[in-house]
Design a protein around this ligand. Structure first.
Ligand code: PLP
Length: 459
């Protein structure tokens, strides 16, 4: 007999959630998805207002993608790169590099964001070695930041909590401060602080020894680690200049921000004077229809590595036909539906609606992001920008109150709230104006309910 979910539950233990602490609430069982909506097995409907963890970019149940997957599976689902090239891989590589534009003419496909980070690190290293610069191996990044959960990706992620647990197992890379804009040190404006943060990158390169520094990784528009942080424009140019001056490769982690999410195919396109040397993608690339990630790099980088013996790196599922066919269909749908432009337009509308919510809210401190990669920062008081004590579990409560109201908002308290706490508001790129208004309305309702639970601070 095929075991049902109910029969698993009767055993008393969570099924996929075996790692949750004892007593943690069970989650509803998902039943189906269509467009921006998901339904659980009781029939309750939710708006997927963060596209899961910012993955379901084109919404659920897209028939074109389902059909493309079906057709590819009928032809061949898997054939190893060791024996064959495959057409789906070539089509996806052509499409993604065309959309990414000049300077990113080559693509290598993997199964997700962490694999893309690992692959980008190794590509950078092999390129340096091919150029006779084998002394370069240090990978700098920002604090806070997130580049994935494998040990290599963790070593270049700025997260004090995961460092405390796993730091001794991987050589932690030097970090420079992320240019936060909401809280800046006394005497600074967001612009002057961003300038200072870029200077900190140069100081770190000089201190470490420029001939030892391989790459600088950053999320051009932040993910969960910074709550959709967007730096002042001058920061991007300055970072590019510093990397170029010292022969350091600039890697943009666009696992979250890429594939149209920020209102341009790459977030990088919004800062044309800060072109990255390497870009990583995942999440929106296959939009939740299959695990897929990519590393994009210039022809020069990839050719140099190829000529020096080839890329010493790979995964069993790298560039597999099924995932590539799905990714290609997702890109076709992204272009056909003009979803990149829609992300820009709906992002602007979402910001306006959230600003209206903020006017009536005691706890909505900051609204930031680009396109449909937005976040709202939650504070105990807006004047002092103070963070709720951990016991309030503010983010957890707001997520629960939103979920009661049929709204899914992705978040968790990152870095123990050291840098603040926020929720991601990042619905699928197919979201229309009425749906944006509904999302903002439900966020307003959830925040109002939360405010009733927490006493207002005295003057
Ligand atoms: N990089 C960024 C910016 C991310 O947001 C994530 C995941 O959230 C990753 C890398 C890791 O991606 P994955 O979870 O697919 O391994």
């Amino acid at each position: 007999m095929t075991p049902s979910i109910a029969s698993h539950s009767e055993r008393g233990g969570p099924v996929q959630l075996f790692y949750q602490p004892p007593g943690a609430a069970r989650r509803p069982v998902v039943d189906r998805g269509q467009g921006i909506y998901l339904w659980d097995s009781s029939g309750k409907r939710y708006i997927d207002a963060s596209s899961g963890p910012i993955a379901a970019n084109i919404g659920h149940g897209n028939l074109h993608v389902i059909e493309a997957a079906h057709q590819q599976m009928r032809k061949v689902s898997y054939a190893s790169r060791a024996f064959f090239e495959n057409e789906a891989n070539a089509l996806l590589a052509d499409a993604v590099t065309e959309l990414a534009g000049p300077g990113l003419e080559r693509a290598f496909f993997v199964s997700g964001g962490s694999e893309a980070t690992e692959s980008a690190i190794k590509l950078a290293r092999q390129f340096a070695v091919s150029q006779g610069q084998g002394g370069r191996w240090k990978v700098l990044s920002r604090n806070p930041s997130y580049h994935g959960s494998t040990l290599g990706a963790m070593a270049i992620s700025g997260d004090p909590v995961s460092e405390a647990m796993f730091g001794s197992m991987a050589p932690l890379a030097p970090k420079v401060p992320a240019p936060f804009t909401y809280r800046v040190p006394d005497g600074h404006t967001p612009e002057s602080y961003a300038h200072w943060c870029a200077d900190a990158l140069e100081d770190t390169i000089l201190r470490e020894g420029p001939q030892t520094v391989l790459a600088f990784f950053m999320e051009p528009v932040g993910g969960l680690a910074t709550g959709a942080l967007v730096a002042p424009d001058g920061y991007y140019r300055r970072v590019r200049e510093i990397c170029s001056r010292h022969g350091v490769l600039l890697v943009f982690d666009e696992v979250m921000s890429g594939v149209g999410r920020c209102g341009s195919f790459l977030a990088a396109h919004q800062w044309p004077d800060a072109r990255p040397d390497i870009v990583t993608l995942a999440k929106g690339l296959a939009a939740g229809y299959t695990p897929l990630g990519a590393v994009l790099a210039s022809r020069q980088i990839v050719d140099a590595v190829a000529q020096s013996g080839g890329f010493m790196h790979g995964f069993t599922y790298a560039s597999n036909p099924l995932s590539c066919a799905i990714g290609h269909a997702v890109l076709q749908e992204t272009v056909r539906g003009k979803l990149v432009a829609n992300a820009a337009a709906m992002g602007a509308r979402l910001r306006e609606r959230l600003q209206e919510v903020q006017q009536g809210s005691r706890v909505l401190g900051d609204i930031r992001g680009r396109g449909l990669l937005m976040a709202i920062e939650i504070v105990a008081d807006r004047d002092g920008k103070t963070i709720f004590p951990a016991e309030t579990r503010a983010i957890e409560r707001i997520v629960a109150l939103a979920m009661e109201r049929g709204l899914l908002l992705y978040s968790r308290r990152t870095a123990n709230g050291l840098f603040g706490e926020w929720l991601m508001v990042a619905p699928p790129l197919i979201t229309d104006a009425g749906q944006i208004d509904a999302i903002a309305g439900l966020i307003g309702d959830a925040l109002a309910a939360f405010e009733k639970e927490v006493p207002a601070r005295g003057p």
